[in-house]
Design a protein around this ligand. Structure first.
Ligand code: AMP
Ligand code: MN
Ligand code: MN
Ligand code: MN
Length: 285
């Protein structure tokens, strides 16, 4: 089962992706994905569309979400797989988590205006598919469109990350709450792209993994679009050390921006327990 082309992490226009859920399903299927999940940020509004599109293609599907969490001053992302998208506690928790996004976006635009970049709030909004989910990615697209930067990665380097103009501190969900919402909705919590966090110390990373597990987190996203092969090896070892299952997902956002396409990932190391082995009963056919 390790040699399954599962892609359990991507984004649609319901959050900060550029493709509709139906187009993503078609792309996943065309790329040979054998088990798929759409995991929009802080939002399950695309789940029924994604599941219906997957079913029409004969593509096995897991409902998913990616929750923004603040852990000891750092933003981390928790993917939930196999969730019931209609679970009331989850739906309410996600609504509360995305609640401050518009205020944050206005504050980001003010900071950008102070360094001479005007109209960023309205500009970013033009890229937004879901008015409740204005994200840094939408600002990045606006700054590329206006020629301030040549690609979205440059925007994040120069503007939207800690210490740069355009970065606004934000309080997301708590780790324990996010894991509980996912579990109570029948799903499994996965720590997303673990190599992407700027832990201040190695101890901070151990604390994250230990607390994640203590709250009921069960898997680590070992293989993901932004992990190098060295990072994949390191997090495979950490998954084994912490007794966590392993997930695999491209984190695909857009044909123009994502360096890893749907389904185009290395397979999981055969020593690992694939998260889908724990989720067979949650797969929609
Ligand atoms: P937000 O939830 O509004 O803080 O936006 C976070 C999103 O920004 C992530 O989900 C990515 O899609 C995108 N992002 C974060 N860092 C980078 C980066 N260095 N380069 C490109 N996109 C990034
Ligand atoms: Mn994103
Ligand atoms: Mn993420
Ligand atoms: Mn993501």
């Amino acid at each position: 089962m390790a040699l399954l082309n599962a892609d359990l992490h991507c984004h649609s226009t319901v959050s900060d992706g550029t493709l509709e859920p139906e187009a993503l399903a078609a792309r996943a299927h065309a790329n040979g994905v054998e088990l798929w999940a759409l995991t929009d940020h802080d939002e399950v509004g695309g789940q029924h569309r994604a599941a219906a599109a997957a079913r029409a293609l004969g593509l096995p599907y897991l409902c998913g979400v990616e929750i923004s969490v603040t852990f000891a001053g750092l933003t981390v992302h928790i993917v939930g797989l196999g969730i019931d998208p209609d679970d009331a506690q989850l739906v309410q928790g996600l609504a509360a988590t995305r609640g401050g996004r518009e205020r944050r976006a206005r504050a980001m635009a003010e900071q950008l205006a102070a360094v001479g970049i005007r109209g960023a709030f309205e500009g970013a909004l033009r890229y937004v598919g879901n008015p409740e989910l204005i994200s840094r990615t939408h600002f990045a697209r606006y700054l590329v469109e206006t020629g301030v930067c040549s690609d979205t990665h440059e925007v994040f380097r120069r503007f939207l990350t800690e210490g740069k103009p355009g970065f606004v501190e934000h309080q997301w969900a708590r780790l324990g709450d996010a894991v509980r919402w996912i579990r109570d909705a029948g799903g499994i919590a996965v720590l997303a792209h673990p190599a992407r966090y700027a832990h201040p110390t190695p101890t901070h990373e151990y604390a994250l993994l230990a607390e994640f597990k203590a709250h009921g987190g069960q898997a680590l996203e070992v293989v993901t679009g932004s992990h190098s092969s060295a990072e994949i090896a390191r997090y495979a070892d950490l998954a084994l050390e912490f007794g966590l299952a392993a997930s695999r997902g491209s984190d695909f956002h857009s044909p123009a921006e994502s360096h890893c396409d749907l389904g185009a990932l290395p397979y999981l190391d055969g020593r690992l327990t694939p998260v889908w082995e724990l989720l067979a009963h949650r797969v929609l056919h």
